[in-house]
Write a protein that binds this ligand. Structure first.
Ligand code: 5AD
Ligand code: SF4
Length: 449
């Protein structure tokens, strides 16, 4: 499917967009921004100034939803002051059954509600809202085919995310994603390659290939294309410096993928490998299809094949039925792997998922206590891994000035470590050599050489 928008003159209208959740949502917001700019809107970071406010929501944990409710409630006053203000709400949270109705009931001033499968129709809804009296609610339960050719207004000029597949077929028992993002659909390799070539022509140096389970890429294509082969094809593209990818599933991490990472000089030495739990018993209840031993064996093979690789992960504590012994298995796994960093989550009950129906839900105080113990171990291994960088000379892709200090630049190593160092504007967007002089727990300090 292709989507053509008529380019309009600037209409002096401003939009504000706030995004919660994962990189997929960020990318959807970049597409919404791209479409809006094409039809004449400009972006503002000041909510009060805007003519259109969009909330792109997440529902992977309850916290994310609570933030949306809080932010929506706060808009009532603004809408009273500016009745022409258009308020739109979209994203994963809206795909849940009954949610759109709930939003209309609690926040009747919302003008447009749409879901993840029809975001590409947003300009049409905007047009309609001006004529219609009632709120527009457009939620599609079934995914359309992949819509190619949408304009994307990217946040960074240096590194870009490129979605290679949408949806997820895994149904981990705690996870809402398969219910709100639909089944796996892979983009054609030619479309991915063309998008990357276009990005390179605009000066981008780093691409992260995105998908909920990237290493099951291409199984739905005719002819089939494996993720390993996609990596090899992208590695051949002239002018690209760095290839990263997110997120692989341990159960689908074949030797072929490992070999491709090792072979392709542009694929970076960084693997995000969500483990979720270190207890084989809990992994089974989570429907993850691997044991602790199989995961550890995969980590061993990754380290063997890719020297100096940085390994990061996602871990959930307090899954239903997790005993102290199960949790200690998670701690022992974290100590053994020595992660470079980890996203640690407290299990959150999600309606409609099998884990929500399980007995033996864990008490909040127990979950929090376990969470703190885990974070301590992760922080210790992050600091220890960072320390190894002291004295090394690293290739840094310079992204911008440092957030807190505009005499310093900020960028990342091939392994994803954040490095701050003194430097000038000219280096932004370039690869530079930096000597690491000091390691902190969460970042490195360097000097350009
Ligand atoms: N509760 C807590 N964490 C969750 N995740 C997904 N669903 C839940 C949930 N119900 C975490 C997983 C996943 C990451 C994106 O979010 O660790 O890898
Ligand atoms: Fe959720 Fe599991 Fe799919 Fe990841 S692989 S999106 S955790 S169901």
């Amino acid at each position: 499917m292709n989507n053509e928008l008529k380019v309009k003159e600037k209409n002096n209208k401003l939009f504000f967009i706030e995004t919660w959740g994962c990189q997929m949502n960020e990318e959807d917001s970049e597409k919404l921004s791209g479409m809006l700019k094409k039809i004449g809107y400009e972006r503002t970071e000041v909510k009060q100034d805007s003519d259109l406010i969009i909330f792109n929501t997440c529902c992977v944990r309850e916290n994310a939803e609570l933030k949306v409710y809080g932010n929506l409630g706060a808009l009532k006053k603004l809408k009273d002051k500016k009745p022409d203000l258009i308020i739109a709400i979209c994203g994963c949270m809206m795909q849940q059954e009954g949610m759109a109705k709930e939003i209309v009931k609690r926040f009747p001033f919302v003008d447009i509600i749409f879901g993840t499968h029809n975001a590409y129709k947003f300009p049409e809804y905007l047009n309609r809202v001006k004529q219609e009296q009632n709120s527009i609610i457009e939620i599609q339960n079934k995914e359309d085919g992949i819509v190619e050719g949408l304009p994307i207004d990217r946040k960074s000029d240096v590194k870009a995310f490129v979605t290679i597949m949408y949806g997820c077929n895994n149904f981990c028992t705690y996870c809402i994603v398969p219910f709100v993002r639909g089944r796996e659909r892979s983009r054609k390799p030619e479309d991915i390659e063309n998008e990357i070539k276009d990005l390179i022509s605009k000066g981008y140096k780093e691409i992260t290939l995105l998908g909920q389970n990237v290493n099951s890429y291409g199984k739905d294509l005719e002819p089939k294309v494996s993720f390993a082969n996609l990596l090899r094809r992208i590695n051949e593209i002239e002018g690209l410096e760095r290839i990263k990818f997110m997120t692989p599933h341990p159960k689908d991490f074949t030797q072929d993928v490992l070999d491709a990472i090792a072979e392709c000089e542009n694929v970076c030495e960084q693997v995000h490998l969500p483990v979720q739990s270190g207890s084989s018993r809990i992994l089974k209840k989570m429907n993850r299809h691997y044991t602790k031993e199989q995961y550890l064996d995969l980590v061993r093979r990754i380290r063997e094949t890719i020297p100096d690789v940085a390994i990061t992960t996602d871990i959930i504590v307090g899954f239903p039925g997790e005993t102290e012994e199960d949790f200690e298995e998670t701690l022992s796994l974290a100590r053994e792997v020595q992660y470079d960093s980890a996203f640690t989550f407290i299990y959150s009950r999600r309606k409609g998922t099998p884990a929500d129906e399980m007995e033996e839900q864990i008490a909040e105080d127990v979950k929090h206590e376990r969470f703190n113990r885990l974070v301590e171990i992760i922080n210790a291994s992050s600091a220890k891994n960072n320390k190894k960088y002291e004295g090394r000379i690293e290739e840094i892709l310079v992204e911008d000035f440092s957030k807190n200090d505009d005499t310093k630049l900020t960028g990342r190593t091939r392994t994803g470590k954040l490095v701050n160092f003194p430097g000038s504007k000219d280096s932004i967007g370039k690869l530079v050599k930096v000597k690491i002089v000091k390691a902190n727990s969460f970042s490195l300090i360097g000097e350009e050489i």
